[in-house]
Design a binder for this molecule. Structure first.
Ligand code: M6R
Length: 368
């Protein structure tokens, strides 16, 4: 059942090209027009939506953070992202025109389930992004977009996350199509880029050995930091979570702009810091990230830089370079996450941990 892999997690990481392709399958026609028939909320109702609230826990919450950048940019609908367990305890403002998007791989997470029950009582519409057919969260939602990743057995979410990103992009583009906030050809251009994702992910997997070698040199490390900006910020959070869960190493993700507001005090000689470089299209962000990397390097950190092919500006400040395919900024999380998954999986293996069943964790958290 593990198909020759040592862990389900590793198998699931390697299934991602197929999972991403399946998540896209049948959801757009040849002209890039989106067909999300499964969204059983009428187009009229979708045109009335004036706020989106995305809820989820753990990795699903990070998928939501990425989704916010894309959905707001494409639809201009204000979008909030909230941890499901915080949501209903703060008296959130919900109306009939609020679309609550509940992201859950398992569809059984109690915190998320309680949150959608609350949202429906307040008359909001609830759309689930879920991987598990017939699970409780989609059953109790008004509509569902299934992520079609196939069963995810490793406790650490991998293909679940990548396909949640895809489903959220599709939702954002669909809303833009229905509401007319983007022209058809603009939507088709993004769909084209999405269609290339399975190949991009495959390329990264083909060079897994480079990341594995790197990971093995870090067994015994006490702390690792992750920096990103814009859509790369949730990637930093996800990279840190994988490392905490699997390697039991202290790991933290930061928005790089926040460094000077405190975290830079943590930087010391030899501290490994992963840096997710924004694509060059985002000039300002790109330059700012280059200076952040310079700053931490000057203070002795070891910089492990994820950067797109052809971007040479940062090479001299990088102790290690991990190359990423060239993709649009909003879609970069799909590719940038993969090396971080490989790193955590391999480091935990090198440290002798049970990667599929990390201590103290359950695959689906069915208690609040
Ligand atoms: O099944 P769900 O997507 O609702 O699960 C949410 C989180 O519990 C889950 O993503 C958790 O953070 C993973 N172990 C992360 O790898």
């Amino acid at each position: 059942e593990k198909d020759g892999y040592d862990w389900f997690m590793r198998k699931e990481i390697f299934e991602q090209p197929r999972a991403v392709a399946d998540a896209l399958l049948g959801r757009h026609d040849g002209d890039g027009l989106l067909q999300l028939d499964e969204v059983r909320i009428s187009e009229d109702e979708l045109r009335e939506v004036d706020k989106i609230v995305i809820i989820g826990c753990g990795t699903a919450n990070y998928a939501g953070l990425v989704a916010k950048y894309a959905i707001e940019h494409w639809t201009r609908i204000p979008c909030e992202v909230e941890l499901a367990h915080e949501f209903r305890y703060r008296d959130p403002i919900l109306t009939r025109n609020t679309l609550v998007v509940a992201i859950s791989q398992s569809g059984e997470t109690a915190d998320t389930l309680m949150a959608i029950r609350y949202a429906r009582q307040q008359k909001a519409r609830v759309l689930a992004v879920c991987n598990t057919n017939g699970s409780t969260i989609p059953r109790e939602s008004d509509a569902v977009i299934y992520t079609h990743a196939g069963p995810e057995i490793g406790v650490a979410s991998t293909k679940g996350f990548l396909t949640q990103l895809i489903a959220c992009y599709l939702l954002g583009l669909y809303l833009a199509q229905v509401r007319g906030t983007k022209f058809g050809d603009e939507i088709a251009a993004v769909v084209d880029e999405l269609a290339k994702m399975p190949d991009h992910v495959q390329c990264l997997l083909d060079s897994a050995e480079q990341v594995y070698e790197l990971a093995r040199t870090y067994a015994g490390t006490r702390s690792v930091l992750f920096l990103g900006r814009h859509a790369g910020f949730p990637v930093a959070l996800e990279g840190a979570l994988k490392l905490k869960e699997l390697a039991y190493i202290h790991a933290e993700g930061f928005a790089a702009g926040e460094l000077k507001h405190g975290p830079i005090a943590l930087i010391e000689e030899g501290l490994p810091v992963f840096c997710v470089m924004p694509p060059r299209g985002r000039d300002q962000l790109h330059d700012k990230m280059v200076s952040a990397i310079q700053e931490i390097r000057a203070r002795g950190a070891r910089t492990l830089v994820l950067v797109e092919e052809g971007d040479e500006e940062v090479t001299r400040y990088a102790d290690e370079l991990i190359r990423l395919p060239v993709v649009p900024t909003l879609l970069q999380p799909v590719v940038a996450t993969v090396p971080l998954q490989l790193f955590a999986c391999e480091l935990a293996t090198a440290m002798g941990h049970d990667v599929d069943q990390p201590r103290n964790l359950a695959k689906s958290v069915t208690v609040e």
